[in-house]
Each structure stands twice: as C-alpha cells, then as structure tokens.
Design a binder for this molecule. Structure first.
Ligand SMILES: C[S@@+](CC[C@H](N)C(=O)[O-])C[C@H]1O[C@@H](n2cnc3c(N)ncnc32)[C@H](O)[C@@H]1O
Length: 210
C-alpha cells in the first residue's frame, strides 16, 4: 500500500520550512521543469550528511544546485562537495543560489561528463549522491566504488522512476534503472536498500575491504 497523499502533505507541513533560498530553488525547478530532488529526499540527504559528517562528498548531477545545498548545509567544518554537471548554464545559476545561502566556499563544480571525471578523482570519498543520466547509473557505480572510503555511503535518486519500473514499463531509462536496482541491491561490496522516499531513494554502505 502506498503512503497516502495526505500523509505526505502532513509531513511537508510538519517539517521546518525550507527557508527562502531552497524555497525559491524548488519553485524555479518546478516552474521551469528542471528535475530536482523532492524535498523529502533533500531532507534525507541532510540528515544522512549530518549523521556521517563526511569531509569529502561527491555529487553526480548538480542542475541548479538544490540537492547540493541540502548536503552543503549539513557538512562538518572543513567538509567539501565536488559536484559534476556538464551544463554550465545550470551550474552558474546554482553558484548564485549557493552564494546567497553562504555555502559557495564548500562546493567545487566540475563541468564535464561524470564518466570522464570519476576515473581521475582521488580515493577517499565518504558520501556520494548519484542523480544524472539514468542509463549511466550502473557505470557511475562501477567508477565510484574504487574511489569510496570503506564504510562510505552511496545514495541514488529516482530508483522507483515514478512507478514505471514496478508497472513493468519498458524504455531506455526505465530498463536501465531496473537493471541498476538489481545490481545495487545485490552488490557484494554494498549493504544496500531502497526507501520509498521522493522518487525512490537508494542507500548503499560500502563494506570495508577484505
Ligand atoms: C536530475 S538533474 C540533477 C538534479 C540535482 N541533483 C538536484 O536534485 O538538485 C540531472 C543533471 O545531470 C546533468 N548531466 C547530464 N549529463 C551528465 C553527465 N554525463 N555527467 C554528470 N551530469 C550530467 C544534467 O545536466 C542535469 O542537470
């Protein structure tokens, strides 16, 4: 049984307000059709980053910086986020929002395709968030795993894909996400699960080596 719409509305109302910058980003994302995380996924990112206090965070898929800001606002002192998105127009807008929210000095943008960037990143990433091209999710995971710190966490958005996977639909994105979930949830290097939060939120903890 699905969580009822009224429960989700209740939860949106009972949480603290987003604050002016996140609120404006959410409105902009929705009105312009920029795909950004559901606020419930944003809150979850913020709770997880608060709990883990990672010094190194990697995000794949920045857009206008909404999910980045949820994470950046929870970083410990000295914590940094590298966020990857080839779309410079979007990340320039993201920077302006981060400036207003006071987090620009914690974020580095890399304007290149993720699969080109990941192989050259130094290992030791403690927290990662995947939210870019769905057909590339499996390749992001493969490239990310050797760069993760033992015990690090990999999170993933859209793994329920608005119900299309469970409904048995077939298209490039749906099939890719279905295959990704199989890999993610059975991966020998991960302790993983999917929460029905937002559009489906995957969480995998990297098992310590050996
Ligand atoms: C779903 S949006 C990201 C939303 C953002 N995480 C948020 O919730 O605020 C996906 C982004 O991935 C970016 N993208 C497209 N191709 C990419 C690639 N090869 N590597 C990294 N990002 C890519 C797109 O430009 C787009 O802005």
């Amino acid at each position: 049984m699905l969580v009822a719409e009224r429960d989700l509305e209740y939860l949106d109302g009972v949480h603290a307000p987003l604050g002016p910058v996140l609120e404006e980003m959410l409105k902009t994302g929705r009105s312009e059709g920029v795909p950004i995380v559901n606020p419930a996924a944003g809150r979850l990112l913020r709770v997880l980053v608060t709990a883990l206090a990672p010094k190194r965070v990697l995000e794949i898929g920045t857009a206008i910086g909404f999910s980045t800001l949820w994470m950046a606002s929870a970083l410990p002192a000295g914590g940094r986020i590298d966020t990857i998105d080839p779309d410079r127009t979007r990340t320039d807008r993201a920077r302006r929002y981060w400036l207003r929210a006071g987090v620009t000095d914690r974020v580095r943008v890399i304007n290149e395709p993720a699969l080109r960037v990941l192989p050259r990143l130094a290992p030791g990433i403690e927290f990662a968030f995947i939210d870019a091209l769905k057909p590339e999710y499996a390749a992001y995971l493969d490239a990310l795993l050797p760069k993760m710190a033992p015990g690090g966490m990999i999170t993933v958005d859209n793994v329920l894909w608005s119900g299309r996977i469970a409904a048995g639909e077939h298209d490039e994105n749906t099939d890719a996400l279905r295959a990704f979930n199989e890999t993610f949830l059975h991966h020998e290097q991960l302790e993983a699960t999917v929460l029905p939060v937002g559009d489906g939120f995957g969480i995998g903890v990297v098992r310590p080596h050996g």
